[in-house]
Design a protein around this ligand. Sequence first.
Ligand SMILES: C[S@@+](CC[C@H](N)C(=O)[O-])C[C@H]1O[C@@H](n2cnc3c(N)ncnc32)[C@H](O)[C@@H]1O
Ligand code: SF4
Ligand code: SF4
Length: 337
Amino acid sequence: MDMWPIRDVRYQVTLACNLSCPHCFAKARQPLPDELSVEEAKEIVLDLKENGMRLLTMTGGEPLCRKDFVLELGSFLSSISARYRVFTNGILLDEELASELKDRGVSEIQVSVDGLEDTHDSFRGMNGAFKRAIRAVRASKQEGIKTAVRLTITQQNHKEVPAIIEYIAGLEIDAFRVRPFVSVGRGSENEKYIPTPEAMIEAFSHIEEKRKNLPFPFQLITPSFHFLGKDPPKTRSEKSFVGSRCVCGKQLCAITPDGWLKPCGYFSVKLGNLREQKFAEIWNNNAFLDKMRSIDRLSDVCMNCKYLVYCGGGCRASAYENTGDLCATDPLCPLVR
Ligand SMILES: C[S@@+](CC[C@H](N)C(=O)[O-])C[C@H]1O[C@@H](n2cnc3c(N)ncnc32)[C@H](O)[C@@H]1O
Ligand code: SF4
Ligand code: SF4
């Protein structure tokens, strides 16, 4: 049996985007000249399904800038009983499109909300972006689609976290996902948004406090170091708040719009191109993946840290992209900043 069966695939269907956010790991704006055709994408997802894929996420760029592609690939995924979801900024997601996605069997829509109205619009660089995102959440819910909200914590929005939670509590969403701003892609050119250790701890401590009474499940996408300064969590429920160890390059991979396989979207490392090679050929025979999968020692700071068991040393992409060392400590960790 394959030692590293693929489960979770993040497919950037385009680099086109109707926004140009300062944090974007994909540096999205213009489409690539040679993005996969829908026929090529169908062949690739079939291959992935045969290799064990359980969930495909259509992301980007802004996937709905390639609406017809998303709808057609969505129908195909449903026809082969492959679960899929769409990550969007919500700008183009009105009631009609939500209904079309529902008809094509989408299992979840995730909408980004990065602050209350002024903060979100200013961060996302468009007046009205917040209203459209909220319209998208409502349209998706109205169609009975499982709907998630995704918040990126920044230095500018961290104080709004309580108000954001209060606002979205009224939207009857199905999940609330949070990740701090990661300094990769366009994000590495806009470091003023990186939350300071104090800001990050404040934001996550607030969520931790409120978590038990939230009317929706809270999911931390990556270790976020909110637990620093406290005793490491002991009970199961405390642990459940702590980001699980990352499975990128093990059970999760990303595909660029032009078919390159990557360990996840935050890595710039290209493992091989799915236009030229079958998934298994790349996935099971790649020196970089072998290295990622066999990491047994991180930096001394992490190896000697009492939190290692909970945070796993942070995000490997953040560590590698910022230091060139796969075993380095995640530079977002307050203990090394
Ligand atoms: C690349 S976007 C694609 C989907 C859609 N365009 C959107 O903005 O939701 C997917 C998610 O990644 C988040 N993201 C992008 N760059 C990031 C970074 N450097 N750090 C943390 N989250 C990031 C976005 O905020 C969004 O929630
Ligand atoms: S984060 Fe999403 S909306 Fe913003 S530029 Fe990137 S792809 Fe576009
Ligand atoms: S030093 Fe390493 S193990 Fe400790 S909290 Fe930071 S990233 Fe996690």
